[in-house]
Design a protein around this ligand. Structure first.
Ligand code: JA8
Length: 267
């Protein structure tokens, strides 16, 4: 896969030299190129922004500079049939999810445009959109100072899904259907006693069936506590009697084929 990242702070992306993404680059599984947007300016001050039409606070990134950068970076190399997909991190984008990461991992060429200030002139997405797929993506409901940190998140989430990048693919399999739609259970390692805190006895028992049940119970409890939206989205057909008992204790039940909570839900 090829990934290009365009930013006015290319040094911000140096983290992509490290760890699993860095290794994927060195082994040739990933062709990752980081560019300085100012390389496409033509004035003495290397200007990338200007004041917003219609007034208001802050500055907006100029379409001419971004257009020149993206036209060049997204142009298919001779004999390269893959269509580049532009990703623009922005708090007003569609929420970036694991499913989206899985879809993007199937693309041949991703380009990330990291905006700063009040964002990029809206005509850039329109211009690029005439020839390429363009997706504005949000990594969560908070505001950053620019798209760079979000680009790091997207690149890492996608690259670890590329074949051969994660050392033990069993980890990916377990992750994807370990407990569909639930948060992970808590994990422990040696020593069995630390600072007066014990590892739950069942995990030392060697009883595989009891371990699996305990993990499932803890995953359900955590999810109900932290992410009730995920519990409400569970398919009742994926829940066994023990699951339903745990959920009932937490005030959830199946009503009209849906997992729901509240007065009607309590048996
Ligand atoms: C921001 Br400025 C800017 C650009 C991209 C993003 S993604 C996010 N959560 N905040 C801010």
């Amino acid at each position: 896969m090829r990934i290009d990242v365009v930013s006015i702070f290319p040094a911000y992306l140096q983290a992509l030299d490290l760890s699993l993404v860095g290794k994927a680059r060195r082994t040739g599984l990933l062709d990752l190129r980081v560019h300085d947007l100012r390389d496409w300016t033509d004035d003495r001050h290397r200007t990338v922004d200007d004041t917003p039409f219609g007034g208001g606070a802050g500055m907006v990134m100029r379409p001419d500079v971004w257009g020149a950068a993206l036209d060049e970076v997204m142009r298919p190399a001779p004999g390269e049939p893959v269509d580049a997909h532009l990703l623009v991190p922005t708090p007003s984008g569609r929420t970036f999810t694991q499913r989206m990461a899985e879809e993007l991992a199937g693309d041949g060429h991703l380009v990330l445009a990291c905006g700063r200030y009040e964002g990029i002139d809206a005509r850039v997405a329109e211009h690029v959109g005439a020839r390429h797929r363009v997706s504005e993506v949000s990594i969560g409901d908070y505001v950053l100072n620019g798209g760079e940190a979000a680009a790091l998140v997207v690149v890492e989430a996608v690259v670890r899904l590329l074949p051969g990048v994660v050392g033990n693919p069993a980890s990916l399999v377990e992750e994807s259907h370990g407990a569909a739609g639930l948060l992970e259970y808590p994990v422990y390692t040696k020593p069995p006693t630390w600072e007066g805190l014990e590892v739950p006895e069942v995990l030392l028992s060697g009883h595989h069936g009891r371990v699996e049940r305990w993990r499932r119970d803890r995953a359900l409890e955590r999810t109900a506590e932290r992410r009730p939206d995920l519990v409400a989205a569970l398919d009742p057909a994926t829940l066994d009697r023990a699951d339903l008992a745990v959920l009932a204790r937490l005030g959830w039940s199946v009503v009209d084929g849906r997992v729901s909570r509240g007065p009607d839900a309590v048996a």
